[in-house]
Design a protein around this ligand. Structure first.
Ligand code: NAD
Ligand code: UDP
Length: 337
């Protein structure tokens, strides 16, 4: 049989030994697509698995045609059999408005999704990473949050499908480790933002930027005194790779996020100032179970991964605002009116 002609860049033989086959579930989403970029750039073979519930082909369109990138439409609540060395399990809608749209499916995605990727990892002896969340701490009584805090989570509220689904996924990861000696890595991700968030993502950074650029009212839920800490996506992806590459006896859970804390009102004011917008603040009811404060203690990540974020909120917004401005422009929106 003839060898197929490809436009693959010449790869030195030495590099083949380092090349890994890596599956990224949720790879067409905001974080997943940046992770796929990074892994392909590092010389790996990447399989992106996504059902496009909140993700988009546009996020990974530039990778299609690259011989080291493959896209598979698949719902992780169903089993999957592939041969890979590592799995990053990111599949799950992350924005409250999207994960509350079909809460039963959200729980299934976290729980059945975890069972399916863990079962696969067990069969093929792959290392497996879980994108967990600061939401496992719920409305935290301990501030800032450390990994040994067990959380304060409502099991029957509107956010529970996400929070409890992610908590159960962590349980499954640690039970597979104890029962089957699986190599696991659990990251508790705090609010992260950046280019490729969906225009209608619904999370606060994208909402405020889009509203400011369109000159619409900035919708503050509650009085805006609740706090969050915002991490730029490039910093987070660096931490993902460091965690996956860390020694097998370091499983996490480890907090990954930016420890600088802002009130939501401060974020709104910063976005207005940076976009030069004429938007005004409006106040809407606070959704139920909305955490009043959130800030990661990242001591563990600093010690174990030698990692901390480098990109301050203002620098990250400088990279994110033009992305949304271009999206709105492409849709024919008049910006800055
Ligand atoms: P996102 O919504 O942009 O990406 C999620 C991706 O998962 C999308 O591409 C979606 O289509 C896909 N997906 C959803 N359900 C699926 C299913 N059943 N089968 C296959 N694919 C499915 O969100 P994101 O911000 O990129 O978040 C990625 C992961 O990181 C999520 O697991 C989320 O819980 C976690 N996380 C993100 C943040 C953050 O601030 N961005 C914070 C904490 C945790
Ligand atoms: N928020 C807001 N206006 C918006 C969107 C969100 O005031 O248009 C608030 C929300 O109530 C929460 C914070 O911003 O207190 C962060 O919300 P987000 O949905 O980004 O993520 P969360 O951390 O709550 O999961």
């Amino acid at each position: 049989m003839n060898t197929p002609i490809t436009n693959a860049p010449h790869t030195p033989y030495a590099q083949y030994a380092l090349r890994k086959r890596i599956m990224v579930t949720g790879g067409a989403g905001f974080l997943g697509s940046h992770l796929c970029d990074r892994l392909v750039a590092d010389g790996h073979d990447v399989l992106c698995v996504d059902n496009f519930f909140t993700g988009a082909k546009d996020n990974i369109a530039h990778l299609i045609g690259n011989p080291h990138f493959e896209l598979m439409r698949h719902d992780v609540t169903f089993p999957l059999y592939v041969e890979v060395d590592e799995i990053y399990n990111l599949a799950c809608p992350a924005s409250p408005i999207h994960y509350q749209r079909d809460p039963v499916q959200t729980t299934k995605t976290s729980v059945h999704g975890a069972i399916n990727v863990l079962g696969l990892a067990k069969r093929i002896k792959a290392k497996v990473f879980q994108a967990s969340t600061s939401e496992v701490y719920g409305d935290p009584a301990v501030h800032p949050q450390t990994e040994d805090y067990w959380g304060h989570v409502n099991p029957i509220g509107r956010r529970s499908c996400y929070d409890e689904g992610k908590r159960c996924a962590e349980t499954l990861f640690f039970d597979y480790r104890r029962q089957n000696n699986l190599r696991i890595k659990v990251a508790r991700i705090f609010n992260t933002y950046g280019p490729r968030m969906h225009l209608n993502d619904g999370r606060v950074v994208s909402n405020f930027i889009v509203q400011a650029l369109k000159g619409e009212s900035i919708t503050i839920y509650g009085d805006g005194a609740q706090t969050r800490s915002f991490c730029f996506v490039d910093d987070l992806v660096e931490a993902f790779v460091r965690l996956m590459d860390s020694p097998d006896d370091f499983t996490g859970p480890v907090n990954l996020g930016n420890p600088t804390e802002f009130t939501i009102k401060q974020l709104a004011e910063k976005v207005i100032a940076m976009t030069g917008s004429t938007s005004r603040l409006t106040y809407e009811p606070l959704p139920s179970d909305d955490p009043t404060q959130r800030r990661p203690d990242i001591t563990l990540a600093q010690q174990q991964l030698n990692w901390e974020p480098r990109i301050a909120l203002e620098q990250g917004l400088e990279k994110t605002i033009p992305y949304f401005a271009a999206l709105l422009h492409a849709q024919g929106e008049r910006i800055g009116d």
